[in-house]
Design a protein around this ligand. Sequence first.
Ligand code: AMP
Ligand code: MN
Ligand code: MN
Ligand code: MN
Length: 304
Amino acid sequence: MVRCTRASEPLCLRDKITVCHTSAIVTPANFDFHCHSAVSDGLLPPGVVAARAAGNGVDLWALTDHDDIGGLGEAREAAEAAGMAFVNGVEISIEWKGIPIHIVGLGFNADDATLSGGLNALREGRIERAQRMGEALAAIGIPGVYEGALCFVTNPGLISRAHFARYLVSIGIARDVPGVFQHYLTPGKPGYVDHRWATLEEAVNWIHGAGGVAVVAHPGRYKFSGAEMRRFLDDFKDLGGRAIEVTCGSHSQDHVMHFARLARHYGFHASRGSDFHGPQESYVDLGKLPQLPEDLKPVWRLIC
Ligand code: AMP
Ligand code: MN
Ligand code: MN
Ligand code: MN
């Protein structure tokens, strides 16, 4: 069991993790701060994700569903039952200069009304976007995809492109989910529609306002030039952002080295997260990532 709280830290911070009230700081052996449950577009319920994380040796864990924090109660309870320290998490959908980006929030107060209100608005926007995706696919001769995707939705309030992809695989449009994304659901493809997400400033302010830490999710996934990435990280830092994912499910070893250098350059803390969605759909299983480069400051130090 991880014990990772300084006794000198304020009670509100200490209360956000499961195991606390100790002056000893023990380094977690295996933290995983990025994954999804059926509350967004993961395949397993939060409690099952928790048990799988613990079974894989994770000792400090965050559930980070897209734009929804409804799974945190179940996740925390199951983490406690499995002897795993737990941190509240969420992955917020934003756009920066028109480019969709994800910001992970960690260690926030889940009762914060501004954060909840912002996430509610994002989920409502997803419904309208999904209807437009359905219309766009109907226009190329694939009707009824919005209604079909709804059959794959596991939380009536949260629809994602992953649900569209699963439906399109089920009707034989492509062999697998990555194939659907490649041919139908990515920018320039017929089922992709532009959408207004939150701004970077809104997401960072919601997270900070709720006492949490903002983290840039999987920076290697964005199609940025080097200069654009630096402009984005400058903006993130100016807003008070303090961490980036360095080791994550979609990063190659080159990405890890590149974003480790950027973390050092900007003074960011580093996060580590599998981005697990389900047994058949993920780059890597919970807790099965390489460790962070040793000299980096792990993000849990800002929370625990
Ligand atoms: P959305 O938030 O609705 O735009 O959907 C984004 C989600 O779609 C991601 O979190 C992944 O679960 C999934 N996704 C995005 N790109 C791909 C891809 N190339 N292959 C498989 N799944 C993807
Ligand atoms: Mn997802
Ligand atoms: Mn993401
Ligand atoms: Mn994710």
